[in-house]
Design a protein. Structure first.
Length: 264
């Protein structure tokens, strides 16, 4: 590990000030990804700004019929939160499926989406639920937030403050998980808002993506059978020791059908 300064501000304003003061200061959430990265000397920030002391970044609240979840809200709190379970149960179940108990008790929504791991679960929910990412500077539509492999629309020093999730009429997440890490080999989140259906896939490609052909088919017939014959092209999908691109392509249709079936 390289040497760095450590700060634990108590307010959002102080956190933002600390991040903008130094060019290579980095926010620290649960440290689930950042600390191993530092230990392996893959990053050399001059300052770590620990967000755990900022109450404004924590918790879930209802706002104009949507759920606003603070960036520092831990996966375990999203999974167990009464409001999330009542309003968007699929999101609570997604959080419950992340990693193991230790990871869920440390990892956070903001850290997960800022990290943009191609196999992370939250990106599928952010895109399928048409969520909006709030930062200290602006609002970013979920569709525009994830820009590539471990890449987001965030600018250097920009802080995720929370995510606003509209409440769907029906939603479900189906994941084919890696048996050890529980990351998604392929995960599909489907959400229905009136006549509109949104379906987002994580784990399969370098970044989360939607499948417009499935969305259109489901908008006129919201049953698993409606998408049984729709496949995605394996070209450009991830291939590694865990699953080849064509296997992941096959899993997209299987998981999409399961997600629709789980909507009841
Ligand atoms: C063993 C293991 C298993 C896992 N399994 C899964 C799984 O099944 N599914 C899944 O989705 N994830 C999984 N994860 C990832 C985990 O859930 C965390 O979400 C992820 O590691 C990010 O961790 P963190 O929230 O502690 O953020 P940190 O590690 O603290 O930060 C991650 C990155 O985001 C930046 N950052 C943090 N907060 C903010 C913010 N508010 N604004 C801007 N940038 C920010 C940091 O600077 C850093 O670059 C797993 C992780 C581990 C270690």
């Amino acid at each position: 590990m390289y040497a760095f300064e450590y700060q634990r501000p108590a307010t959002l304003a102080d956190a933002v000030a600390a991040l903008t003061r130094s060019e290579d200061a980095r926010p620290l959430s649960g440290g689930m990804t950042l600390l191993p990265t530092l230990k392996q000397r893959l990053a050399q920030p001059s300052e770590l700004v620990d967000l755990s002391g900022v109450p404004d970044l924590q918790g879930v609240r209802e706002e104009d019929g949507a759920l606003l979840i603070g960036a520092f809200t831990r996966h375990a709190d999203v999974a167990a939160g009464e409001t999330v379970r009542r309003r968007i149960p699929a999101l609570a179940r997604l959080a419950e499926s992340i990693g193991d108990r230790q990871v869920r008790n440390r990892g956070t929504l903001g850290g997960s989406i800022a990290n943009a791991d191609p196999a992370a679960d939250y990106p599928a929910a952010v895109v399928a639920l048409n969520a909006t990412v709030r930062t200290d500077r602006r609002e970013i539509a979920g569709d525009d937030f994830f820009t590539g492999l471990f890449e987001t629309a965030l600018e250097p020093g920009e802080l995720v403050v929370g995510v606003r999730f509209p409440v769907p009429d029906a939603a479900a997440y189906a994941k084919f998980r890696h048996p050890a890490s529980r990351y998604a080999l392929v995960g599909v989140f489907v959400a229905r808002f009136g006549a509109e259906v949104r379906l987002a896939v994580t784990g399969a490609g370098p970044s989360v993506f939607r499948v417009p052909e499935m969305e259109t088919a489901l908008a006129s017939d919201f049953r698993p059978e409606a998408i049984a014959g729709i496949t995605v092209d394996a070209d450009g999908l991830n291939g590694d020791i865990h699953a080849a691109p064509d296997y992941r392509a096959h899993l997209v249709t299987v998981m999409a059908r399961r997600a629709v079936a789980a909507c009841g």
